[in-house]
Design a protein around this ligand. Structure first.
Ligand SMILES: *Cc1c(COP(=O)(O)O)cnc(C)c1O
Length: 393
């Protein structure tokens, strides 16, 4: 038998189960409206929440940096790959979040995969929400610590696990702050209270929340800290991405100077990976400025997302636990989900179907990413088209 025959077999099995994924047609740029195969389509399939991904100010900063700093860095940041633009972004990030220091990673997937094993190992324990992002799950797998997974948002279950686990050397609680498929928030004040009580480290991932949540767009930690002023100091490790609301690419972590120094020494995805082009950091710097200078991008976004959710619910769709700009339309079966997604696409609406293993079996959904670029008219089109598609079922 051919050594790779098993791949054909496995792909066939996925196809029969309605779980085979195919890549969508490639796009020129991101945006609320995109061209797909010569047709314009309303795009609810991105995380470009502030509408910055195709902003000229980001690309101009990147172009200027390409001219000055070139493309490749030639080495990992620890060797010689770190440019002055990377350093400027790290300083800006630390100031932005009010932490002592910050460190850049090639992506936030790489950040999670590298940071968690750098913090806990043999004899330690990790506590994580079952719906944490794949990169957190992989980071936990790479760490040789014992893993304790609690049911989604069940703080009592986390408390019980912590109570029963006093024997470990070090303990780390890790959670998404805004869950990427359900669109709901982690109960950070309660989680931070537990971490404090049990002397556990607390690491949060704000990938979908930075730029959107909080009075100043700092994320869910800021959102809750108005009522819980001790929260920021109780979150020890803050990870996030430039690839979503900030319209650029790359990951970061913010925290104490000692933490950052430790990670620069020991996080393998930092130490053994080439620094990203300085141009990426140049674009990210502009994006952080725009979070401060153009608050109107985030103001109203969550209110308009809430309106869309209410309209969807009134039309009989199930939006689950969403309380953010991430709005799932939960349909259950993967076949029905893909069928509705395709019918929407034929009618000019891009709402990607999400199936296992990205969501648990029986929870297939259309994932709507609501962004600053979506107008009222686009929302009406979405709601109308969904109704039409249901009538055609
Ligand atoms: C998307 C996402 C990531 C990965 O971010 P990239 O910068 O795109 O690698 C990490 N964590 C969470 C919670 C995410 O949703």
């Amino acid at each position: 038998m051919e050594p790779l025959q098993w791949i054909d077999d496995e792909l066939g099995e996925r196809q029969r189960a309605g779980l085979l994924r195919t890549l969508p047609p490639p796009l020129t740029t991101a945006g609320a409206v995109v061209e797909v195969a010569g047709k314009s389509i309303i795009n609810f399939a991105s995380n470009d929440y502030l509408g910055l991904a195709a902003d000229k100010r980001l690309s101009e900063a990147a172009i200027a940096s390409f001219h000055q700093q070139g493309v490749g860095r030639g080495a990992s940041p620890l060797v010689s790959g770190r440019s002055m633009v990377h350093e400027a972004l790290e300083k800006r990030l630390a100031a932005f979040f009010g932490t002592e220091a910050a460190l850049l990673f090639p992506t936030s997937f790489a950040a999670n995969a590298g940071i968690i094993p750098a913090l806990v190992g043999m004899g330690d324990a990790i506590y994580g929400d079952e719906k944490n992002h794949a990169s957190i799950i992989d980071g936990c797998r790479l760490a040789r610590a014992e893993r304790h997974i609690y049911p989604h948002a069940k703080i009592d279950a986390l408390a019980t696990l912590l109570e029963a686990g006093k024997k470990y050397r070090r303990r780390l609680i890790v959670t998404d702050t805004l869950f990427s498929m359900d669109g709901d928030l982690a109960r950070l004040p309660q989680i931070a209270e537990l971490a404090h009580e049990h002397d556990a480290m607390l690491m949060v991932d704000e990938a979908h929340a930075i730029g959107v949540f909080g009075a100043n767009g700092r994320g869910v930690v800021e959102h809750f800290s108005a009522a819980h002023p001790k929260l920021p100091e109780r979150v020890h490790i803050r990870v996030g991405s430039f690839g979503k609301a900030l319209g650029a690419a790359g990951g970061y972590v913010c925290g104490s100077a000692a933490l950052i120094s430790w990670l620069a020494n020991t996080a393998r995805t930092y130490v053994f990976s080439t620094a990203h082009p300085a141009a990426v950091s140049a674009a990210a710097l502009v994006a952080l400025d725009l979070v401060d200078r153009e608050p109107e991008r985030r103001r109203g976004l969550l209110e308009r997302a809430a309106e869309l959710r209410e309209r969807l619910t009134a039309d009989g769709w199930n939006t689950g636990r969403s309380e953010s700009q991430i709005i799932p339309v939960i349909l259950g079966s993967p076949e029905r989900t893909m069928e509705i997604s395709e019918k929407l696409r034929d009618r000019g609406i891009w709402a990607p179907g999400i199936r296992p293993p990205s969501v648990p079996a029986g929870e297939s959904l259309l994932r709507l990413g609501f962004t600053a670029g979506h107008t009222g008219e686009m929302v009406e089109r979405l709601l109308e088209t969904l109704k039409k598609v249901r009538r055609s079922e």
